[in-house]
Unconditional design. Structure first.
Length: 500
């Protein structure tokens, strides 16, 4: 028996030296797999590892990583020595998987929920609450008071904190962040916000932006924040691409604030509005303001523009309101025409709001039977010229008449642009020629009067006016009773003219 045991040990040692050992109870297996030091094969039996109680396992010393034992008490199962500590090798079962499933664990089991979490491996898309139609597609449908599809909170940074940052780059239409609220087929609530931003800062905060847009593009149109409204043709009251609302008791409340501070080479606009729809009223920027008290200053749209270096001879062109291819319209709904007012020079205003303490020059329309358009001259006139119209609204510069005269005398042109007194005098009752001492309707201070053209009545009953005088080479004719053509029978008398 000792000889047999010695022979077995010798063979085993020889195999160990050869670095490969096969243990089998099945005929045909005589060598170990080349990749294994120990190759155990059987079709009817298993490998039985050392079995220790929890106390025995914990009492082992000088343990090597990779050691495996079976614990037979307490939390039974296989234990692996890994990185200097014991780890229990757990078992779990997978559910019946569906294509596109994203697996998740609750700590003990593995689950899937394709209706709410889905991966489209063909198009590399992830869906949350829906089958994805986009690279990341999330859908929330609930009847709760507040439905928040996503919530991001960033705090603690000292320089640049961004809850959401969107960047889009392409050759057609690119949106860094695109928001849509409300849907015609699903109904809509009282307030629908495609993108809603809220900012809250302390009294020491430098700047707080609910929604902040920045553009550094070189394309034709670059928008930091761009609003687009495509409301239904009916059933919709207001469609606002960008809507600003401010309500506070502080000094200044601005619903939408635009600021440009850069060296743009073409056009810099804090807020720019554009609208183009055929056959409709198109408003690039619309402002509505109403006051709750009679002393309110209400400004629908206000524009500020000034040269910071104006006190030192700045040369910037400052335009508070600028329109392209449009009209400036001052409408009213109170049946009282609005005025276009120009306030006098004012250095006391600190906020740009007119408070009535300064004078102004205003233009105001009256009730008209038709439109009137005045077209200004193409160039400036001379000193003292006045504007005159051609009757069709075309204005031109006309030299103002000058001169002086004596009270009571009718004026005459002494030149094309100058007036002076004539020899005609009007005392309010009579007219005098070369006299101011009037005794009849026409008082002539002269030795003769002249009727240049002769005229002979056709008969003594010819048409004439009482007092009318005519003459020919033989007679002087006077109409003693007449009322002109078509009247009663007129009476003419005559006196013969003799020579001497």
């Amino acid at each position: 028996m000792k000889k047999i045991l010695t022979l077995f040990v010798f063979v085993l040692v020889i195999n160990v030296v050869r670095s490969q050992t096969v243990v089998t109870d099945t005929a045909g297996y005589t060598s170990a797999d080349k990749s294994a030091v120990l190759d155990v094969r059987s079709t009817t039996k298993g490998l039985l590892l050392p079995r220790l109680t929890a106390t025995q396992r914990n009492g082992m010393i000088n343990l090597a990583d990779g050691l495996i034992v079976y614990q037979s008490s307490g939390s039974t199962g296989l234990y692996l020595r890994n990185y200097g500590s014991w780890e229990k090798l757990s078992t779990f079962s997978l559910p019946s998987l569906t294509s596109g499933s994203v697996l998740f664990s609750d700590g003990t089991t593995i689950s899937q929920d394709n209706s709410n979490f889905y991966w489209d491996n063909t198009n590399k898309r992830l869906g949350i609450g829906t089958s994805p139609g986009y690279r990341l597609h999330a859908l929330l449908s609930s009847s709760g008071a507040e439905n928040w599809l996503s919530y991001f909170n960033v705090s603690g940074g000292t320089t640049d904190n961004r809850a959401v940052t969107g960047y889009a780059h392409g050759t057609t239409t690119n949106y860094g962040i695109f928001g849509q609220a409300g849907h015609a087929s699903e109904g809509s609530g009282s307030y629908n916000y495609g993108t809603y931003g809220f900012a809250y800062g302390t009294s020491s905060s430098a700047e707080n932006f609910g929604v902040y847009g920045n553009t550094t593009g070189v394309g034709t149109y670059n928008f930091g924040v761009n609003g687009k409204s495509t409301g239904a043709a009916s059933g919709t009251k207001y469609n606002n691409g960008v809507n600003g609302y401010a309500a506070n008791s502080d000094y200044q409340n601005v619903g939408v604030w635009g600021e440009v501070a850069s060296a743009g080479s073409y056009f810099n606009a804090g807020i720019a509005g554009r609208m183009s729809v055929n056959g409709q009223n198109n408003v690039g920027a619309s402002g509505s303001a109403y006051g709750l008290t009679s002393g309110s200053v209400n400004i629908g749209v206000q524009g500020w523009a000034w040269d910071y270096d104006g006190a030192n001879g700045g040369t910037a062109t400052d335009i508070a309101f600028y329109g392209i291819n449009g009209h400036v319209i001052l409408d009213n709904i109170t049946n009282s025409a609005a005025e276009l007012r120009f306030v006098e020079p004012n250095e006391n205003s600190t906020d740009g709001f007119y408070d009535g303490s300064n004078n102004y020059t205003a233009f105001k329309a009256q009730t008209q039977s038709s439109n009137i358009t005045y077209t200004l001259p193409s160039s400036d006139g001379s000193s003292g010229d006045v504007l005159s119209t051609d009757g069709s609204g075309l204005l031109s510069w006309t030299t103002k008449l000058s001169g002086s005269g004596t009270s009571g005398y009718l004026s005459k042109y002494s030149s094309s642009t100058s007036l002076s007194s004539s020899i005609l005098y009007d005392d309010g009752t009579n007219i005098g020629i070369s006299t101011t001492s009037l005794t009849s309707k026409l008082d002539i201070n002269g030795s003769s009067i002249r009727i240049r053209t002769s005229s002979t009545p056709s008969s003594s009953s010819d048409n004439g006016y009482t007092g009318e005088i005519r003459w020919d080479t033989d007679f002087i004719y006077i109409c003693t009773n007449g009322d002109g053509p078509g009247g009663n029978t007129d009476t003419w008398k005559r006196a013969a003219i003799s020579t001497w």
